[in-house]
Design a protein around this ligand. Structure first.
Ligand SMILES: Nc1ncnc2c1ncn2[C@@H]1O[C@H](COP(=O)(O)OP(=O)(O)OP(=O)(O)O)[C@@H](O)[C@H]1O
Ligand SMILES: [Mg+2]
Length: 260
């Protein structure tokens, strides 16, 4: 089966069930958003897909490949890339160098061919550069390409992280809070990029996001989680107006309870 398929995923930390029998499918080319209050289990779902965590129950596959049969270091090779809630980049390296790191999985050459500087190495190097330059152009990172990450404003670092994930040329992109900490203008740019990534590049996107404006603008479908469990799935409007979702956000219990 193509796309991302999670079935009955449960992840516990000691006595805490962070993700509780979560099931969803992200169709190829779709933008699917996970929303929910802090601690709902959204990032844990990402960490299961990228195999940092092994779930106690459930199955997970991408384009028919059993993800749980693979260790974390295989995941990029299966065409899955991610960004992190807390930006994770090489601080002392430049933007260009960080993006080239993303190309690692495509390297065909080995240490010996590198050592003798064979023509294949130079061809390979040019191909990597070209892929990275495309990402730099797409994300308007040209002015920053040779600057170290450490000196860049937060909003630019956020874009570089997206760029590093894109440079791997994934088929599935996991974005953990792509708009957190961004200005209104930067969030708007992020929305356009996510749309282009899905529509023009044909990359499937699973995102976690608190900014419902961004979610409404880009997501085909939305799943709301609270305390690890699904509350509702549908369009952004459907999910936002769902009583169980409203209750979870208010946390007051004064909205009619319909779920669970
Ligand atoms: N490695 C871990 N060890 C123990 N508990 C964890 C671990 N990772 C997450 N948790 C717990 O699991 C629950 C879900 O956390 P998770 O980070 O998935 O939430 P989230 O929906 O991403 O929240 P936020 O919106 O704040 O990022 C929380 O109660 C969290 O404290
Ligand atoms: Mg999180």
């Amino acid at each position: 089966m193509s796309g991302l398929v999670l079935n009955g995923i449960t992840k516990r930390f000691g006595g805490l069930t962070a993700v509780d029998t979560v099931t969803f499918t992200v169709e190829p080319g779709e933008v699917f958003a996970l929303v929910g209050p802090n601690g709902a289990g959204k990032s844990t779902v990402f960490n299961v897909i990228s195999r940092f965590y092994t779930p106690e129950e459930g199955t997970a596959s991408f384009d028919g490949e059993d993800l749980l049969a693979h260790p974390a270091h295989d995941i990029a090779g299966l065409g899955i890339a991610r960004t992190f809630q807390n930006i994770e980049l090489f601080e002392q390296a430049t933007v260009l160098q960080n993006l080239l790191v993303g190309r690692h999985r495509h390297r065909k050459t080995n240490v010996l061919s590198d050592l003798f500087h064979l023509p294949s190495v130079r061809r390979d190097e040019r191909a990597h550069r070209a892929a990275v330059e495309d990402v730099i152009d797409f994300l308007d990172l040209q002015p920053h390409r040779d600057r170290p990450i450490a000196g860049l404003p937060y909003g630019v670092r956020k874009v570089v992280e997206l760029g590093r994930a894109l440079a791997t040329q994934p088929r599935l992109l996991l974005l953990d809070e792509p708009a957190s900490g961004l200005s209104v203008e930067e969030t708007q740019d992020m929305a356009f990029w996510i749309e282009d990534i899905a529509k023009q590049m044909g990359i499937t996107v699973l995102m976690v996001e608190h900014d419902m404006g961004l979610v409404s603008a880009v997501a085909n479908r939305v799943m709301a989680l609270a305390d690890g469990r699904e509350l509702a799935t549908g369009t952004a409007a459907e999910v936002q107006s769902h009583p169980a979702v409203i209750e979870a956000y208010l946390g007051t219990g004064n909205v009619r309870k319909v779920a669970g």
